[in-house]
Design a protein around this ligand. Structure first.
Ligand code: NAD
Length: 439
């Protein structure tokens, strides 16, 4: 059992805190957001993440997990502090580490003895070392800063934390590394590695992993665009290359691009890091540029279909979360589609199995919202699909055809086989495949 404090109780911090309490540690999670803490104390996660509620309530009940807003009180008793605060992008694309610095300074002021501070936030190379130097002045105790990047995926975050592909511990301090290794041992009984590397390498692993995955998505999206022009089905190409063991199928699905709180900010942040070192990273610049353009291609298809104008049209939209099994809207490609449609004077009714409350908070009465997918179709000319939730995969096509005025589907996630939609009598536009047109 270790006494652990988690600073920043968002997607990463909450999952970390709950999972570490579940292996027997005594965990205190703190956050500046008092509303969030209030909900968590009552056993209600402020985010949707599969399996989270059960673990939260079980560990609260067992007395191993608690929540607060006072980091001083929380840190005083801790052996290890995990910092999981957000590192948003600055205007130039670089990562803003100011919240990380503030959190680390607060930890240093509150520490009543030696302590290991593990940075889980994604932060540029050199951040952990710089923070260790910065906080030394704020404490009489030995505070060791370790880089411990997190690789969980929203939508399967609990599962990913409990069965990580690997754990990266970036430290040159053997005692601090051992302490973290002991915390992670229960999660790597499947013999996945705990890799001990330098702090700088750990920081770079996180950016390099995210930018590689983003690159695969932008790569297949480029191939999809070419397929669209050539009249080739991108699915045939995707399967053809994915069967190669050296390539594989993961992160090779064409669509309206990646979103979320990580890839869209981490790729520009890595490019900014390169620029600061005098290293041009044109490949990664292109990955980002392709992604920014990707949702616009679906809007272009709709504009062409409706004779060059979308104003006065009404659309249904299924799926707004940046991926299935989360309610997270941060940088969701659906928002680009929504903004584009609203700017052009179209009306919109959105449905998402989990993210509607967040969408309502962001858009208020600019949109209509439907709790049921088919209710969203009322008065709609056509349907946009922006998130590949499972419940959208086998719709009642006859009902869609009857409800939509035109009837057309603009599918940003290639959910349906073109033949299937053709025989249902709908027009169908997807990414990198020949459009289906009635008659
Ligand atoms: P988030 O915005 O959901 O959570 C951050 C939390 O930190 C917020 O609740 C905020 O109120 C709190 N906070 C900010 N400053 C604070 C302070 N000084 N003291 C206490 N609380 C403070 O962010 P997130 O998605 O959990 O991401 C956190 C970090 O982890 C980021 O660097 C991100 O890039 C990285 N990361 C995120 C994911 C993911 O899937 N979300 C995965 C891996 C890594």
């Amino acid at each position: 059992m270790q006494k652990i404090t988690v600073v920043g109780t968002g997607y990463v911090g909450l999952v970390t805190g709950v999972c570490l309490a579940d292996t027997g540690n005594r965990v205190r999670c703190v956050d500046l957001d008092a509303d969030k803490i209030e909900k968590l104390r009552a056993g209600a996660p402020p985010i949707f993440e599969p399996a989270l509620t059960d673990l939260l309530t079980a560990n609260l009940a067992a007395g191993r997990l608690s929540f607060g807003t006072d980091s001083a009180e929380a840190v005083a008793a801790a052996d290890v502090v995990f910092i999981c605060v957000d590192t948003p992008p600055r205007a130039d694309g670089s990562a803003d580490t100011s919240r990380l610095e503030e959190a680390a300074q607060a930890v240093a002021r509150a520490a009543t003895g030696p302590c290991v501070i593990a940075i889980k936030s994604t932060a540029p190379v050199g951040t952990a070392a710089q923070i260790e130097r910065m906080i030394a002045a704020h404490s009489a105790h030995r505070l060791t800063v370790v880089s411990n990047p997190e690789f969980l995926k929203e939508g399967s975050a609990v599962e990913d934390f409990q069965r990580p592909d690997r754990v990266i511990i970036g430290s040159d301090d053997a005692a601090a590394a051992d302490r973290l290794r002991a915390i992670y041992e229960p999660f790597v009984r499947n013999k996945r590695p705990i890799l001990l590397v330098s702090r700088e390498a750990a920081e770079l692993v996180k950016y390099a992993a995210n930018s590689y995955l983003a690159m695969r998505i932008s790569y297949i999206n480029q191939i999809a665009e070419l397929c669209g022009r050539l009249g080739v089905d991108v699915d045939d190409v995707r399967r053809g290359i994915g069967c190669d063991d050296r390539i594989g199928n993961e992160f090779l699905y064409p669509g309206i691009g990646y979103g979320g709180s990580c890839f869209p900010k981490d790729i520009p942040a890595l490019c900014a890091l390169g620029r600061a070192q005098g290293v041009d990273l044109p490949l990664l610049d292109a990955v980002h540029r392709v992604n920014v353009r990707q949702p616009l291609l679906l809007l272009e298809a709709a504009r062409a279909y409706f004779g060059g104008r979308l104003s006065g049209r009404t659309f249904a939209l299924w799926g707004v979360a940046f991926k299935p099994r989360t309610d997270d809207l941060r940088e969701a490609p659906a928002l680009r589609i929504i903004d584009g449609l609203l700017t052009e004077g179209a009306a919109l009714c959105a449905h998402d199995p989990r993210a509607l409350p967040n969408l309502r908070r962001a858009y208020g009465d600019k949109l209509r919202y439907a709790d049921d997918a088919y209710d969203a179709l009322k008065d709609a000319d056509a349907l946009f699909i922006c998130t590949e939730w499972n419940e959208f995969r086998a719709p009642d096509f006859a009902r869609l055809r009857a409800a939509l005025r035109r009837p057309a589907i603009f599918d940003g996630r290639n959910l349906y086989a073109p033949d299937q939609v053709r025989s249902a009598g709908l027009d169908y536009f997807s990414i990198g495949r020949v459009p289906v047109r009635r008659g």
